[in-house]
Design a protein around this ligand. Structure first.
Ligand code: GDP
Ligand code: MG
Length: 243
């Protein structure tokens, strides 16, 4: 990662939830855009991820409560920049592409941009995870009107606006809850393609039956929550967004 020392408040903070990602961290941090800050949220790693991330120049936040949402939210609370991005810390997604998500938010054209994962190889995305994700995208379309194809973890939005969503899920439902509440709040949401490569190391969520089961359970709970307000939001590819 490049130095951010002469920029006390970088324009963008990148939240990286991390559970035993020592194998992926060097590549991930090296790919953080110049001048941006990496916030690695360590969720009790036992492989030295926290020390490694710190030695590579990242801000390291420790979140003792396990869970993808707990880690993402701790990163959001630790962030100070106007724009916050989220990216998995497993080298499946390239942080160097984050400006393509953040730029429309920085320009004030969009409120939330998601990376639509496009697998680079057959092995990048297990079939059951891909299928579950497709079905989820369909449910989200029905629930919110957002025409998204994926609920990818790579995202960009304004920090204050994200905090205003008052997300409550701290496990696997967090990314879905963010989307549902953003839609209810009338946010302009769009997706843009990002390559999705086989992760480095072992999957903790969709690569295991237990992780997949938890994801389905947490996301179903989010979809059962009543809508906060009538929706008037639409999602479309970048550049063609309408509300
Ligand atoms: N902090 C934290 N991070 C997690 C947890 N589970 C997964 N992660 C991280 O979240 C990201 C996505 O998890 P991953 O295992 O790749 O899930 P998959 O992409 O669905 O296979 C990775 O950066 C993980 O290190 C967790 O319980 N706590
Ligand atoms: Mg992954």
């Amino acid at each position: 990662m490049r130095s951010v020392t002469n920029s006390p408040t970088p324009p963008v903070d990148v939240v990286l939830p991390c559970l035993d990602e020592a194998g992926a961290l060097p590549w991930v941090l090296e790919r953080i855009p110049s001048g941006w800050r990496a916030i690695v949220v360590d969720n009790g790693s036992s492989d030295g991820s926290a020390d490694l991330a710190a030695s590579l120049g990242a801000t390291v936040v420790s979140e003792p409560v396990r869970g993808f949402g707990a880690a993402c939210h701790a990163g959001l609370l630790a962030a100070t920049a106007d724009i916050v991005c989220f990216c998995d810390c497993d080298a499946s997604l390239d942080p160097a592409l984050l400006p393509s998500l953040a730029d429309p938010v920085l320009r004030g054209e969009l409120d939330l941009v998601l990376g639509r994962r496009r697998p680079t190889t057959r092995g990048a995305w297990p079939p059951h995870a891909r299928l579950a994700n497709l079905e989820l995208a369909r449910l989200v379309r029905r629930r919110t009107g957002l025409r998204l194809h994926d609920l990818g973890p790579m995202r960009a939005a304004r920090r204050a606006a994200l905090l205003g969503l008052e997300l409550a899920d701290r496990r696997s439902g967090y990314p879905l809850e963010m989307l549902v509440r953003a839609a209810d709040a009338g946010w302009r949401v769009a997706e843009t393609d990002v390559p999705y490569a086989p992760r480095t190391g072992r999957s903790k969520v969709t690569g295991t039956w237990r992780g997949t089961w938890h994801a389905v359970r947490d996301m179903s709970a989010v979809l059962r929550q009543p809508a906060a307000a009538p929706t008037a939001t639409q999602a479309s590819p970048l550049g063609q967004v309408a509300r």
